[in-house]
Ligand binder design. Structure first.
Ligand code: NAP
Ligand code: ZN
Ligand code: ZN
Length: 352
């Protein structure tokens, strides 16, 4: 077993406590490892769910953060893809079994043994749980490290590592392209990326929001139409019109009104992870043979493909850059749907 080093981080000791400065241990780079100095980390609603134990599985202390970009500061002797000084990124996973059918098919997110998530997963090297990107550095096997395109704004690239891949993957899986009509529900971190990506893939995009103030912005992001979902008449007008609906809502909500937007054989793809069940009315899927399904992040190869797609189409997130000391206020604003459209932490603030 090689050594460890202390790293500065920000995290929480309990579901009802704010995030604060704390120290964690990082392993020294092993043969296949890349050590990254974290420059920017996006703030995903999953960070909030996990910090506050919404899914009832959090181990404390919890250091969230899985939209990580930074600079390589050390590499193990067997590393081939990265060298010191390169830009590099980490998303939601830092390991998996690498042997099961899913891992062999580049679907590490569905690893039979469960992937090792970037935070709050059992740490195979140090014991305890993994710690995420609200920290000064991270050490990860190179298989799980992504190359960052050099033509994109670095801070605005960070959210691609979760919000980007989580929306790109189902859009690809459901073959969205020219001729597709796609609905995006919830214009937050994931939703605003879904609008941009679906548009770049050539789809006709309709945004559904609970915030009237976001309709014009959704069009600026690329939506062809934007609908306030509490407007019953407007919702009715879009009934049976869409091939795919991507539901990114972070709280319990009625999915039936979105199932009714689907054409024959259309799919409602859930990516949002509210803390409890979402009842489905049988008639809404039996008629029109509709599909109610879900999707989880994306594999490592597909994440690199998404980054390259974004580089080609000049796509990044719309961000609000914050200091780590403002993370607790950030969480409160995220709960209200009041972020335009992703907070990204300037990790230099951790040193202040
Ligand atoms: P976010 O930035 O907070 O966006 C969620 C959006 O949902 C809000 O901006 C709001 O949009 C809408 N919303 C929130 N509460 C609502 C309510 N009570 N009723 C209706 N709409 C509501 O969150 P995010 O980071 O995009 O994450 C969204 C969800 O995806 C979270 O549950 C997160 O854990 C999950 N997630 C899943 C995966 C995966 O692999 N499947 C990956 C990442 C995140 P409007 O203002 O437009 O209504
Ligand atoms: Zn996330
Ligand atoms: Zn596996």
């Amino acid at each position: 077993m090689s050594g460890t080093k202390q790293a500065k981080a920000f995290g929480t000791h309990a579901a009802d406590k704010p995030l604060e400065a704390l120290a964690i241990e990082r392993r020294s780079a092993l043969q296949h490892d890349v050590e990254i100095e974290i420059l920017y980390c996006g703030v995903c609603h999953s960070d909030l769910h996990q910090a506050r134990n919404d899914w009832r599985g959090t181990t404390y202390p919890c250091v969230p953060g899985h939209e990580i970009v930074g600079k390589v500061t050390a590499v193990g002797t067997h590393v081939t893809k990265f060298k010191v000084g390169d830009l590099a990124a980490i998303g939601c996973m830092v390991d998996s079994c690498r042997e099961c059918e899913q891992c062999k098919n580049d679907l590490e997110q569905f690893c039979d043994a469960s992937p090792t998530y970037t935070y709050n997963s059992p740490d195979k090297h140090l014991g305890g749980q993994t710690f995420g990107g609200y920290s000064e550095n991270i050490v990860v096997d190179e298989h799980f490290v992504l190359s960052v395109p050099n033509n994109l704004d670095l801070a605005a690239t960070a959210p691609l590592l979760c919000a980007g891949i989580t929306t790109y993957s189902p859009l690809k899986h459901w073959k969205v392209g020219p001729g597709s009509k796609v609905g995006v529900v919830g214009i937050g971190g994931l939703g605003h990326m879904a609008v941009k990506l679906a548009k770049a893939m050539g789809a006709y995009v309709v945004a559904f929001t609970t915030s009237a103030s976001k309709t014009e912005e959704a069009k600026r992001l690329g939506a062809d139409e934007a609908v306030v979902s509490t407007d019953k008449e407007a919702m009715k007008k879009h009934g049976k019109s869409l091939h795919v609906v991507l539901d990114t809502v972070a709280a319990v909500h009625d999915v039936n009104m979105y199932l009714n937007l689907l054409k024959l054989d259309g799919a409602l793809v859930l990516v949002g992870l509210p803390e409890s069940a979402l009842p489905v009315q049988p008639f809404n899927i039996v008629s029109n043979r509709r599909i109610f399904t879900g999707s989880s992040i994306g594999g490592i190869a597909e994440t690199q493909e998404m980054l390259n797609f974004c580089s080609e189409h000049n796509i990044v997130a719309d961000i609000e850059l914050i200091d780590i000391q403002h993370i607790n206020e950030g969480y409160e604003r995220m709960l209200k749907g009041d972020v335009r459209y992703r907070f990204v932490i300037d990790m230099a603030s951790l040193k202040r």
